[in-house]
Design a protein around this ligand. Structure first.
Ligand SMILES: Nc1ncnc2c1ncn2[C@@H]1O[C@H](COP(=O)(O)OP(=O)(O)OP(=O)(O)O)[C@@H](O)[C@H]1O
Length: 277
C-alpha cells in the first residue's frame, strides 16, 4: 500500500489533511489517533468505500477509486458500524458470504476461529454486541483476503474475546495476510502492530515501530529503589549502568528495584497533546 498526499474534506471540514503511508506485504500496520482524527476516513478511502479529494493511492497495485471485482475479492473489511442485522442465523449469514468470493475459507473453521461455533444456529439479531463484533470479523476474513482492514475491531469485546482476537490477527499475519488496524487500545496495538502511525487532526504526527515511536527507545528512563533512607529514584539514559552500580552498592539484590521507560500511552498522549496546542 502506498499513499501520498491523501486529502479529504467533508463540507469544508478537513478530515484527512495530506497523509503519506507505506504498508509492506505481510505487515500489521496500526493507525492510532483520538476521536475524529481521520482514521476511519483514511481507511474507508484505502478500502475503496469513499472517494478522496486529492492524493495518490495504490493498494495491491490498484487505485481503490477504480476498484475492480478481482481487487475487491482480495480485500477484507471490518467496519466500525455494522449494517442492519438480517433475519438469518449466524451460520447462514457466513455461508451466504462465501458466495461473494472466488476462493472463500471454510465457514465452520472461520466460526471456530472467531469463537462463534456455539452461536452458529442463533439468529444474528439475537447476538450480544461483542458476539456481533466477532461475526463482523468472521465476515471480514471469509474471503481469505490478502489485505484486511479492521476499523476498531475490538471495541465492546470482553478481555477473553480481545485475547482471542489478538491470536487470530497474529495467526492471519503469520499466514501472510497484510492487516491495517485502527484502535483506541494502545496495549493491543503495541502487541499486534509491526509499525504504526499516529494521526491527529488529519495528519500523521509520528510513525514507526511501537517500541521506537516518538523516540521512546532512547528516552530517559527512571530507576526506582528503596534505600535505607526511604524511596529513591533517578532519571537516566543509562539505566543498565545505574542498576549495575546499585547491585554493587547493595552487594546483591536491590530492594524494590524498578526501571520505568515511557509507555506507548505516555508517548501517544504527548504526541496528541503536542498537536492540540
Ligand atoms: N460522513 C461525514 N460527513 C461529514 N463529516 C464527517 C463524516 N465522516 C467523518 N466526518 C468528520 O471527519 C473528521 C474525521 O472523522 P473520522 O471518522 O475519519 O475520524 P476517526 O479518527 O475515525 O474517529 P473515531 O476514532 O471517533 O472513529 C471528523 O471531524 C468527523 O466529524
Amino acid at each position: 500500500m502506498r499513499v501520498r498526499g491523501l486529502r479529504k474534506q467533508y463540507d469544508g471540514v478537513t478530515a484527512v489533511d495530506g497523509i503519506d503511508l507505506d504498508v509492506r506485504p505481510g505487515e500489521v500496520f496500526g493507525l492510532l489517533g483520538p476521536n475524529g482524527a481521520g482514521k476511519s476516513t483514511a481507511v474507508e478511502i484505502l478500502g475503496g468505500q469513499r472517494t478522496r479529494d486529492a492524493g495518490e493511492v495504490d493498494v495491491l497495485g490498484v487505485d481503490p477509486g477504480r476498484a475492480t471485482a478481482a481487487w475487491k475479492d482480495r480485500i477484507g473489511i471490518v467496519w466500525q458500524n455494522t449494517a442492519d442485522t438480517p433475519e438469518v442465523s449466524v451460520a447462514e449469514l457466513v455461508h451466504h458470504f462465501t458466495l461473494y468470493y472466488e476462493r472463500p475459507r471454510d465457514p465452520d473453521q472461520v466460526l471456530e476461529q472467531v469463537g462463534l461455533t456455539d452461536q452458529a444456529r442463533k439468529r444474528v439479531h439475537a447476538l450480544s454486541g461483542g458476539q456481533r463484533r466477532r461475526l463482523d470479523v468472521a465476515l471480514g476474513i471469509i474471503g481469505d483476503p490478502d489485505l484486511l482492514f479492521l476499523d476498531e475491531p475490538t471495541t465492546g469485546l470482553d478481555p477473553e474475546a480481545r485475547r482471542r482476537f489478538a491470536d487470530l490477527i497474529l495467526g492471519l499475519a503469520a499466514d501472510g495476510t497484510t492487516i491495517m488496524l485502527t484502535s483506541h487500545y494502545l496495549d493491543e496495538v503495541e502487541v499486534l502492530a509491526d509499525r504504526l502511525a499516529v494521526i491527529s487532526q488529519g495528519r500523521i504526527v509520528a510513525e514507526g515501530r511501537p517500541r521506537d515511536l516518538g523516540g521512546r527507545a532512547s528516552a530517559v528512563s527512571t530507576v526506582h529503589w528503596m534505600s535505607a533512607d526511604g524511596p529513591r529514584s533517578l532519571d537516566t539514559d543509562t539505566p543498565s549502568q545505574v542498576v549495575v552500580d546499585l547491585v554493587a552498592e547493595f552487594g546483591g539484590e536491590v530492594p524494590e528495584l524498578r526501571v520505568d521507560r515511557p509507555t506507548l500511552e505516555d508517548v501517544y498522549l504527548r504526541l496528541i497533546g503536542a498537536t492540540d496546542e
